[in-house]
Design a protein around this ligand. Sequence first.
Ligand code: SF4
Length: 368
Amino acid sequence: MDVINQLPSPEALLEELHRVVSKPIRLMVVCGTHNRAILRYGIREELPDFIELVAGPGCSVCVMPTGHVDAFVKVARQPDVITATCEDLLKVRGSKESLADVLNEGVHRVEIISSPRQALELAYVEEDKIVVYPAVGFEATAPSIAETILEAAQNGVGNFCVIPSIRLLPPTIDALLLDPQLSIQGLLCSDHINTISDTEAYADLARKHSLSCCIAGFEKAEILQGILSMVKQIHRGESMVDASGAMVYSMEETARARRVVEEVFFPTETAWRGLGSIAESGFVIRDELALYDATKRFNVRFAEGTDQCMCHCNEIISGRALPPDCPAFGMACTLQNPVGPCMISNEGICAAYFKYKLESSRFSRLDV
Ligand code: SF4
């Protein structure tokens, strides 16, 4: 994997953006990490007024529906189970409870880990327990989860399994873009999408919805270059994917990642918090590997139902609102007392708005 392109400075890119933009342009920033970086660098304030940035569904914890969290909690309460989860997921509530509630009861073990590999390592050590990994993430996480399952199968590790809750972004973005009110003209996508959903899926979206698309890294210059590329495309009336600023994966890397994922998973309809059920937007584990599927092993289903969050996360992750539009933002909902997943998750845009806009303005007022 290589990084290409020597970019101009952020100042030069901003100067060019101010020079070239000549009409209102609405862009969706799909990925939570991009949204956070944009707030950290203060990019919104530096852009021309004509450019509006809205958020997309690219925060995997923010889109986790209550039925899936309920399944995580139910499995976590099974005898001899250790749940190995990322920290971000801990406080997200299902219909009644979260994994943090299970942890705080002190009866069942919930361990914080940062990769599926660590969950498998825990299974090697805790031979008389069953280690369950709630696999939450987008398509970019699928290869490492699939590799971990295959390693467990090859080594005959029977005390490890996964709750498959991976989501695929392109079908969901496609569904969102069908709403003409949204008026999105461009998609800023993160460069770690490349291995699985690759540029072809985004090229299809660009053609179908007549929009520009850019795959970019997370540095300030990379983000600005991506925005500039989309603005130029829109002015020229083009609908394509510019991946020139992205990480480049070799054909072998991409083919290998795809092979591993296809060996373990196949696509299925799945629910997204606040967005409903979307065809082919999730993965299930193949029957041959049923031992590693915790939903089959513990006979747990993902219940359908309304996501009982009083917050406006669904509008925010679908580009219809920004955190300050939510009446609870900074009042009933803060980083210290988060109400919805967009404030709970580190990748959530409400958390980033609170940290980089609200808190910093409060501190600067105190400094005066
Ligand atoms: S500020 Fe809180 S309540 Fe409002 S949308 Fe964001 S997470 Fe939900």
